[in-house]
Structures are given as structure tokens and as C-alpha cells.
Design a protein around this ligand. Structure first.
Ligand code: ATP
Length: 501
């Protein structure tokens, strides 16, 4: 309704002004005053108004207490959920805590990579403790003018208390995402605005007492804990730290099941396979996989999600959308040999590990091989890393074998290889022994790096040379099909190996 009035106004005012001008009235002062008023209104709106809480209008929807979100709707993260619930019990059992003289819990810090469910945890915490939920992001407090951030912090706490009283709740949970933006180490120098905001936050936290109802708990989230000012982390402030890690296979499966609840899956579709193939994915990425899979199903007019939809969705989330990059003549052939090089080495060093070989461009990649990690790994042996480096070098080795030279297509592979060599050096797995980087010269590091990579490249080339028949068998099929599933590739691989035996 207000939109209609606005539009009528927009149409009417200019006509009215023209009419006045026609009558000979001087409209310039009217125009000047309206422009001044308009810009003032605009400034108030964008700044959230004088004394308004941080974030302005869209804040309301973010702050609604999410009555529907429970800990059951957060997949995996069993340890983090347990730790969080234990901490929240302090808020619930405040009377017992008071009797024992335990200091109230004021701040909880959730740390972990993006998209792992930290916001979900804070919302579930509000539901679990029957609290009012308020959310803000560190970046909302960053303003050009000194003092605005600090006043927003003050307003946020004031609003949390007021809302708790109004809604008849004993507790309020304030969730501050990206706390590192305002909670970074204070340098006392140029960043005065940040310092004031952080000081205000510390003051507000110090002002929280157990017996005050409504009780306030601040849950902050960051993926850069090491950046935080130590004043924030000291006892009595954010003294409980809960790590929200990337999910393991069991966790991934649980998250997939949660997000598959409202999506039809075709008969025979197993989410276990998807959980297997998504090592290193966050909860947000897993949600993305199911969503993309549903979109692929819709595009094909299918009533339910099928396994290939899930496979394409993993690629989409990992690499980006398929692109229609027209490759120059001969380029696609080179990409095909390059990818086969990776796939053959992978199959040799870790049989059964290739999940898909593709030569159609997606995101920035012209082709790629998807691998099935055998199990979630957190510890790596020297042999494992060396195999991994050989898989990465397989592309360049194949190009050299077929074309006598490499292309720029191996840049990423080399970056990965170098980072793995660095990892080996830091873990004392090279002939340099157990070292600190300060102890050795750059030349020594370079020499060791070259020795490792040269030796592995030689081994890779030798292995590929012995499998020339696999290249011959699979190249044409890969060029035609563009995508080979792991099983199809293995059939071709086994057929060529047995033929040449
Ligand atoms: P950021 O650090 O980027 O703010 P975050 O850790 O706060 O990320 P959330 O905002 O909680 O991540 O998660 C984003 C979305 O990802 C959620 O809305 C949900 O759909 C999905 N998700 C993430 N983790 C989980 C999980 N453990 N279980 C179910 N869904 C999850």
C-alpha cells in the first residue's frame, strides 16, 4: 500500500512543481530544502538512525528467535554440540551455579572454517535455553566515524535486555559473527574506531552479572581465532572455546540426510556414496550439493534426484558451473592426456580411487579428475604424500610423454606439489631431517625440494610409460564421452593392463 502512495507521490510532486513554476512561483528554494531533507533522511536510514541498533532494518528478520531450530537439525558436530550444551546448562541452572559461587558464563567462542554450522549452533542455543536471539556481524560495527561502532554495541545490549523483558524471557543470546573484525589485536594506533568498539564490548561483558535477569550470553564466531585480542579471551570473557570442525564422513552423511528430508530421492540413491566423495566439504557445501542435485533433476524433468545428479552437483560445488569455453584445436586432446595422466597414476598407487575423469570445462578448470579418498585422513605418512605428489605430477608427465613438453595447465598441480613438499619438510620427513626453517639456508631448501620433485617426476614418467596402452584405450572414449565414471575408467584400465600382460 505504502508503495502505491510512494509512486503517486513521485509522479505528483514534479507535476506540481512544474505547475507552480508555470504560475510564476520561484521553486528553487523548495527544491533546495527538499534535497537537503532527502539526503538527511537517506543518511539516517543507511546509518540505522541516531541511536538505532546496529544493522538497521534487515536486523529484525535476523533476530527472530528461531523456535524451529534445534540441535537435532545440526548434522555431525557431536562433540561441539555436547560441549555447547554443557556450557548452556550453566545458563539454565543459574541458581545452582550461584550457590556454588561459580562465576557466570558470559562468552562462548565458536571457532572453525566457514559454513560449518556456527550460526546454526547459536540459534539452536537460543532455542535450547529459551532465550531471545539477537545477531550481529563484526563488520556491521565498522564505521567511518569514531564512536558509532561503540554506540552500536551499547544499543545491541540494550535492545537484547529490552526484548527479553518484553518477551518475558530470562535470557538473551547475542550472536556476533566475524568477531575478529572488531576483536582483532588492538594496536592503539590508527585503528581507534575498532579499539573503541572492542573496548565497549569488553565493558558490556564486564557489566554482565549472574543474578541480573535477563541474563545475557554472548556467542561469538570466528575462523581466525589467532587474530583475536587476548583481552577478549581471558577468563571471565570468552573463556569457553568450542571448535566447530569440518565434518567427518559420519557427520557428512548426517548433514546430507538432514538436507535431503524435503527432497525426493530416486530409488537406489545412496547418500553414503556422496558422503564418501565429499571429503573436506563443509555443511554449507553439502547443503549446496543437494540443492544443486535437485536443480539438475528439475532441468531434466525428473521427479526425483538420481545418483548422476548428485555426482554433477559435487563437481559444481567443488569446481563451479560447466562453462562453454571453446577450446582451440588440439587443446582438448592435451587436456584429455593430462587428465588421463593423473587418473592412471591415481589408479596405480591407490587402486579404486578414481571417481570420475572429465574433459569438459568447469569453473576455471579445463578438465579434472575427482578422487575417492579411501577414508578421512588426518595423519599422512611419507609414502602417502609421495603418492599424492605423483598423482599431481601425472598430468605434466603425460603431456611430456605425448607432446615432448608441458603447458601452463600444470600450474595448479605444481602449486599443490610444492605445498606437499613443504609439508614433508616441516614434518621432518625429508633428508634434511627435523628442521626449523630458520636453521637451513634457502639454497638447502631449494636443493631438497628439487631433489624430491625430480625423483618423483622420474618415477611418475616411468610408471606412465609402462601404461601407454591405457592411454591408447581410453583416450578416444574420453574425448567422445567427455566424462568417464570411475568404474568405466577402471574397466578400460584393467582391459588394457590384461591385454598388454
Ligand atoms: P560462517 O563462518 O561463514 O558464518 P557458519 O559456520 O556460521 O559460517 P552456518 O551459517 O551455520 O555456518 O551454515 C550455513 C548453512 O550451511 C546452514 O544454513 C545450513 O544449511 C548448512 N550447514 C552448515 N553446517 C551444518 C550442519 N552441521 N548441519 C546441517 N546443516 C549445516
Amino acid at each position: 500500500m505504502s508503495k502505491i502512495y510512494k509512486e503517486i507521490g513521485i509522479g505528483f510532486i514534479p507535476v506540481f512543481l512544474v505547475f507552480l513554476a508555470f504560475l510564476g512561483v520561484n521553486v528553487i528554494p523548495i527544491l533546495f530544502v527538499s534535497a537537503l531533507g532527502g539526503s538527511l533522511l537517506y543518511m539516517m536510514k543507511t546509518r540505522g538512525g541516531i541511536g538505532a541498533a546496529a544493522g538497521g532494518g534487515d536486523r529484525k528478520s535476523k533476530n527472530r528467535t528461531p523456535s524451529f531450530l534445534t540441535f537435532d537439525e545440526i548434522g555431525g558436530q557431536d562433540r561441539a554440540k555436547k560441549e555447547l550444551m554443557e556450557a548452556l546448562d550453566f545458563l539454565i541452572k543459574h541458581e545452582e551455579i550461584k550457590k556454588l559461587g561459580i562465576r557466570p558464563l558470559k562468552g562462548l567462542l565458536l571457532t572453525g572454517p566457514p559454513g560449518t554450522g556456527k550460526t546454526l549452533m547459536a540459534k539452536a542455543a537460543a532455542h535450547y535455553t529459551n532465550s531471545v536471539y539477537m545477531a550481529a556481524s563484526g563488520s556491521e560495527f565498522v564505521e567511518m566515524y569514531v564512536g558509532v561502532g561503540a554506540s552500536r554495541v551499547r544499543d545491541l545490549f540494550k535492545e537484547a535486555r529490552a526484548r527479553a523483558v518484553k518477551e518475558g524471557k530470562d535470557n538473551a543470546i547475542i550472536f556476533i559473527d566475524e568477531i575478529d573484525v572488531i576483536g582483532g589485536k588492538r594496536d592503539g594506533g590508527q585503528q581507534r574506531e575498532y579499539d573503541q568498539t572492542l573496548n565497549q564490548l569488553l565493558t558490556e561483558m564486564d557489566g554482565i552479572h549472574t543474578n541480573d535477569a535477563p541474563r545475557i550470553l554472548i556467542i561469538a564466531a570466528t575462523n581466525r581465532k589467532e587474530m583475536l585480542d587476548s583481552a577478549l579471551l581471558r577468563p571471565g570473557r570468552f573463556d569457553r572455546h568450542i571448535e566447530v570442525d569440518l565434518p567427518d564422513k559420519k557427520g557428512r552423511l548426517a548433514i546430507l540426510h538432514i538436507h535431503a528430508k524435503n527432497k525426493p530421492l530416486a530409488e537406489g540413491v545412496t547418500l553414503e556414496q556422496t558422503a564418501d566423495q565429499t571429503f573436506g566439504f563443509s555443511g554449507a557445501q553439502l547443503e549446496g550439493v543437494l540443492n544443486e542435485a535437485a536443480i539438475y533433476a528439475m532441468r531434466e524433468d525428473k521427479p526425483a534426484i538420481e545418483q548422476p545428479h548428485l555426482a554433477s552437483a559435487i563437481d559444481k560445488v567443488m569446481m563451479g558451473e560447466r562453462t562453454d569455453k571453446e577450446t582451440a584445436n588440439g587443446e582438448k586432446e592435451r587436456v584429455a592426456y593430462h587428465e588421463l595422466g593423473h587418473a592412471i597414476i591415481a589408479e596405480l598407487v591407490r587402486p579404486g580411487s578414481v571417481s570420475q575423469v572429465t574433459v569438459s570445462p568447469r569453473g576455471k578448470a579445463l578438465g579434472y579428475v575427482r578422487h575417492n579418498p579411501p577414508q578421512d585422513h588426518y595423519l599422512y605418512t611419507k609414502d602417502y604424500i609421495e603418492d599424492q605428489i605423483m598423482i599431481a605430477l601425472g598430468g605434466a608427465a603425460a603431456e611430456e610423454m605425448i607432446y615432448g613438453g608441458r603447458s601452463t595447465g600444470s600450474r595448479n598441480d605444481f602449486e599443490q606439489s610444492l605445498s606437499m613438499v613443504r609439508n614433508m619438510m616441516d614434518a621432518g620427513l625429508t633428508s634434511l631431517g627435523i628442521i626449523d626453517r630458520e636453521m637451513v639456508t634457502k639454497e638447502q631448501l631449494m636443493k631438497e625440494n628439487a631433489a624430491i620433485l625430480d625423483a618423483l617426476m622420474l618415477r611418475t614418467k616411468k610408471m606412465l610409460d609402462e601404461q601407454r596402452s591405457v592411454f591408447e584405450h581410453s583416450f578416444a572414449i574420453l574425448m567422445k564421452e567427455e566424462v568417464l565414471s570411475g568404474d568405466t575408467f577402471r574397466t578400460l584400465f584393467d582391459a588394457s593392463v590384461s591385454q598388454s600382460a
